[in-house]
Design a protein around this ligand. Structure first.
Ligand SMILES: [Zn+2]
Ligand SMILES: [Zn+2]
Length: 298
């Protein structure tokens, strides 16, 4: 299955020929401080969830037919991506399961409230009205100029999405996980999950960083495009990060991260994803290098 195995450190272009290749020092964040801030914000999210759990009303699941049209507009897949036969078949017979909700259907009041609390804890002194104004700005443009605030807004969306996910029964969540063929979370509709390889036999699960949903995935394929061409998949590993692999797929030109929980189990995969960001940098450099080489060849 593994055609190429490359050490992540070697995939990073050297600053000078002959030098040992390492990720750029400036890209190494201060993990101690980053973790402290991460934990602080997580505590606020957890407290907000505990306080609101009993009276929270999130979006209810709607019939697939209702959601389809709306969701087709929201789905941010590359336009050029041709529908697979399976997808086309699903659309024809109307059996396609759409996500139970999308982030824009979460109660805004809750998102704004949690965001405001996260901002306040981070020393961002702005009033509730200002938070609402910025939220409107985000809705209109899809972004914010202040990267920190945007990061905390994403955290607020995730905090509310996790609460919304808890409204569904175990059966509903189980059903959501089995019918979705694409890397879109079957509960909240967000893309690019993490891949987890679970003990004892190495089953692959996909894990949504936003709502925390986990569902079974195919073991041997690119989780992003479904390609099963082993020769198109390159694995990057680094000794500094045991149990983590970057899988680069040359069919779709993207990469994803895979955590082997048999080798290293952690309780918080979201933090594990953040902590291993240097591997993402390595993958991006590796891909850029590959594109450059390909460019030179043509
Ligand atoms: Zn999700
Ligand atoms: Zn792919």
């Amino acid at each position: 299955m593994i055609e190429h195995r490359v050490d992540a450190a070697k995939a990073v272009p050297a600053k000078a020929p002959g030098q040992r290749q390492k990720p750029d020092r400036t890209e190494e964040p201060d993990w101690g401080e980053a973790y402290r801030v991460y934990r602080l914000l997580q505590e606020i999210v957890l407290a907000w969830q505990a306080e609101n759990a009993s009276n929270f009303r999130g979006p209810r699941r709607r019939p697939a037919a209702d959601v389809r049209e709306e969701y087709d507009d929201l789905r941010c897949e590359p336009e050029s991506r041709a529908k697979s036969r399976v997808e086309a078949e699903e659309d024809r017979n109307g059996a396609a399961e759409r996500p139970y909700f999308t982030l824009d259907r979460l109660p805004e009041k809750s998102v704004i409230e949690l965001w405001h609390q996260l901002d306040a804890a981070s020393g961002q002194q702005c009033g509730s009205e200002e938070t609402v104004r910025r939220f409107e700005q985000f809705k209109a443009t899809g972004t914010l100029t202040e990267a920190d605030m945007l990061g905390r807004l994403r955290l607020a969306f995730a905090g509310v999405a996790r609460l919304a996910r808890r409204q569904y029964s175990a059966e509903e969540l189980e059903a959501a996980g089995h019918r979705w063929p694409r890397p879109i979370c079957p509960v909240c509709g967000e893309q690019s999950p993490l891949s987890l390889v679970l003990p004892p036999v190495g089953k692959r699960h996909l894990f949504c960083r936003v709502c925390g949903h986990e569902w079974a995935g195919k073991r041997v394929s690119c989780i992003l495009c479904g390609s099963e061409l082993a020769k198109d998949q390159t694995y990057l590993r680094s000794e500094s990060y045991p149990g983590v692999e970057i899988v680069i797929c040359q069919t779709c030109g993207e990469y994803f991260k895979e955590f082997d929980a048999r080798e290293r189990w952690v309780d918080d995969w979201v933090w594990e994803d953040i902590r291993t960001l240097p591997l993402d940098y390595a993958a991006e450099k590796w891909l850029a290098d590959l594109r450059r080489k390909d460019g030179n060849r043509h």
